[in-house]
Design a protein around this ligand. Sequence first.
Ligand code: MN
Ligand code: MN
Length: 476
Amino acid sequence: MSNKRNISARESELGLKREPILGSLTKEQRREMEELSREYMEFIGRAKTERMSTEMIVAILERSGFRPMDRVKRWRAGTKVYMVNRGKNVAACVLGKDDLTEGANLVAAHADAPRLDLKQNPLYEDADTKLALLKTHYYGGIKKYQWVNIPLALHGKVILANGKEVEIHIGESDKDPVFTICDLLPHLYRKKQADRKLSEGISGEELHVLLASMPYDDRKAKKKVKLWVLDHLNKEYGMVEEDFVSAEIEVVPAGPAREVGFDRSMIGAYGQDDRICAFTCIKAITEIGIPKRTAIALVIDKEEIGSDGPTSIKSRFLEEVFSFLLELKEPDYPDRKLRRALSATYAISSDVNGAVNPMYKDVHELQNAARLGLGICLTKYTGSGGKYSSNDASAEFMAVIRRTLNGAGIPWQTGELGKVDEGGGGTIAKFLAEHNMDVVDAGPALLSMHSPMEISSKADIWSTYGAYKAFYEMKG
Ligand code: MN
Ligand code: MN
C-alpha cells in the first residue's frame, strides 16, 4: 500500500480508495496473505458446524498457549485464557496491562451458518418409490433452490438413550458417500414449478435428503428401505429411531474449500459468513503481545436465527467471561465493576457484508457499497427501513477505529447493506451495545453470501486479520 499523502490522494481517500489491495501489496505482504489463506482454507473446509468450529478454535488456542480459564488463579498481564460454553461458544482473552474496569477490546464473530437441520422425527420411506429420505427444517436465511442437486454432508451429535454421546460426520472424505436433495427434471417441471416465484421455486417441505434405496432382507417388514437405514444407524452408531429426538444433525454442503479464479485470488467455501471472522479474530488474538487493554475474541452461535438461546449473544456468556476475569483480581468484586468494565469496552461486531455482484449492481448504492478485494469493510449501521433495529456507531468510535487502522497501515473500506429501502439485515452489534459499549460492524465483504459456495478475497482476509490485530493492540 502506498503511503503517499498528497492533496489529491487525501481528497479521494474515502470514496475512492477503489483500487484492489492486491495491486499494491509488497512481496512480504503477499507471502503473509498466501500463508494466512492456506490456513484459513484448511479451517473453513473442515469447520462445517458451530461445534466443529469450536473444537478447531480450541485446538488453535491450545497450540498458542491459551489455557482454560478455571486453571488460572490470578491476574497477570499477558496471560492467555479461554472459556467454552456448551461446545458452541468460545471466548479467548489476553489479559491487559490496564485494569479491566477501564474496558476491554472485544472482537465478536458468529460460527453458526445457514444450513438444513434434521426435524425431530426426520426419517421416512416413500411408499411409491421405496426411497428413504430425511425431512429437514432450514436454519437461517437461505435461498432454498440453491440447496438441491449438490453433494451434501451430515455432521452432528446424537445422545443415545443410555447417555452415550456419538458423533456423526459423513460426506467429507473422498471415501465417504454424500447425500443430496433431488430437484424436478426440466422435462416435467412446467406445470408444477415453472411459474412459481423464485422464493417458492423449492419449498421448505421439499427439502428432503435422499438417504438410501437398499431394502432390508426381511420378507415380513413393510418399510424395508427405512429398516435398512435403521439397521445401519444401529450398527454404525448404536442408534435407534427415537435417538433423533436427542440429536443435532446438520446437513451442509460437502467438500473442501477451493481457490477460485485463474489468479487464485479468491476462496470459495460454505460457511464463510461468519467463520471467516471467527477464524481471523482468533488467529489475530493468538499473535498479539501484551496488550494495554485486555483483548477478547468471542465466537458465538445462533446469529443466523436472531441470536436467541443460551449459546447466542443474547445469553449472559459474555458477562460470565468478564465476571471471571474480574474475579482474578478481586474475588468479591462489586457489581458496578462488571457494569463499568462492560460499558468501557470497545467492540467490533465481526461480521461480513455483501460485496457488489457485477450482475446485480442496482441493489447497491455504489458510492457506499463494499467491493470484494478492497479490504475490511466498516459498516457504521445495518438495519432496514431507515436504520431500524441497527446499532449506529458513533462519530467518536468511528474515529477511534479509523485512527487505529490508518495507524497500522491497514487498507479498509466502508459499506452498507444495500440501497436505502432495498432490504437490509442485522448483526450482533445491537446486542453487544445493550451493555452500553461502543460497537461497530467490521469484516470482509462476500459474494454469494448465505449460499452453499460463498466467495471471499484472500486480500480481504489478510486485511481483516491485520485490522483485528491492530485493534487488540491499540495503544489509546
Ligand atoms: Mn453473519
Ligand atoms: Mn448471515
